[in-house]
Design a protein around this ligand. Structure first.
Ligand code: 5GP
Length: 263
């Protein structure tokens, strides 16, 4: 499908139109940003890894009945997705207290939460994505009560599935961010809520079960180094990196030519 006009460029991704008005191309960039763009860098290979990891996770969720915007990955950096009207909300799900939760509420870092905690943030860079309540969402019509009810249910189901996927490969799913949108389902002639955006080490906190080593974007945020190695480690454990790859010795640019294993 031919790439047409760029319709959106965000911090880590670009969206292009295609010849079908209901289908977009989602392109994963190597740009990393943190603290609302105050910290920026190019992390070579990050886009390729996030494209592959997110494809794997969204396909796995889809296999379990979660509706997503993903149609298919088309190349190393791109996916075809259903066009969706995105809710202006970041949906955060937490299993362990860290990050902004501990800063905001003084909860002890690393506390395992009794049950998953759902939070909502307004997607607004100028305001620093402030935390909001359901009352704000309903009052300002950012989503309906029915939408939020359905999304909360989907988020908890996704959390259950992801906890299992990551636990099986020795990784604790600490917290993550989801985005949702509404798309038109031609076959069923109705609008439906779909999981949108991406799920990758850019949008999750992932800690090794034994060592608690961070395998996610906190390596960039906190200057811990070896960002690509951590993302590759996640891909390798998920079984979607070539077995023979030695992340320490092989130059990542060379590895880009190695085909990913089929799921
Ligand atoms: P926190 O609120 O503790 O900073 O983040 C909670 C979780 O949501 C983390 O896994 C973090 O990666 C993710 N998250 C929150 N906001 C954003 C965002 O604007 N971009 C990305 N990529 N992830 C986010």
């Amino acid at each position: 499908m031919n790439k047409r006009k760029k319709i959106y460029e965000g911090k880590a991704k670009i969206l292009y139109e295609t010849s079908d008005k209901n289908i977009l191309i989602q392109h994963f960039k190597d740009d990393a940003t943190a603290y609302n763009n105050l910290k920026k860098a190019k992390v070579e290979g990050k886009g390729v890894l996030n494209n592959r990891i997110s494809e794997y996770i969204l396909s796995s969720l889809s296999d379990c009945g979660i509706k997503t915007h993903l149609i298919k990955r088309t190349n190393m950096r791109e996916q075809l997705i259903h066009k969706a009207e995105i809710f202006p909300i970041e949906f955060i799900i937490r299993n362990i207290a860290t990050g902004s939760l501990t800063k905001r509420l003084g909860v002890t870092e690393g506390t395992t939460l009794d049950r998953p905690l759902l939070e909502y943030c307004l997607k607004n860079d100028e305001l620093n994505d402030p935390i909001i309540s359901k009352e704000h969402i309903l009052n300002f019509n950012w989503a309906s009560e029915e939408d939020i009810k359905q999304i909360d249910k989907m988020s908890l189901r996704i959390n259950d599935l992801l906890l299992g996927i990551f636990r099986a490969i020795g990784i604790k799913l600490v917290d993550f961010k989801l985005e949702y949108g509404k798309t038109y389902n031609k076959n069923e002639d109705k609008y439906e809520i779909v999981l949108a955006d991406e799920i990758s080490p850019d949008t999750c906190r992932l800690w090794d079960v034994k060592t608690e080593k961070k395998l996610d974007k906190d390596r960039f945020r906190k200057d811990l180094g070896n960002i690509i190695e951590a993302y590759q480690e996640v891909a390798r454990r998920l079984g979607i990196m070539p077995e023979e790859t030695n992340i320490k010795e092989v130059n990542f640019n060379k590895k880009l030519s190695i085909k990913f294993k089929k799921r």
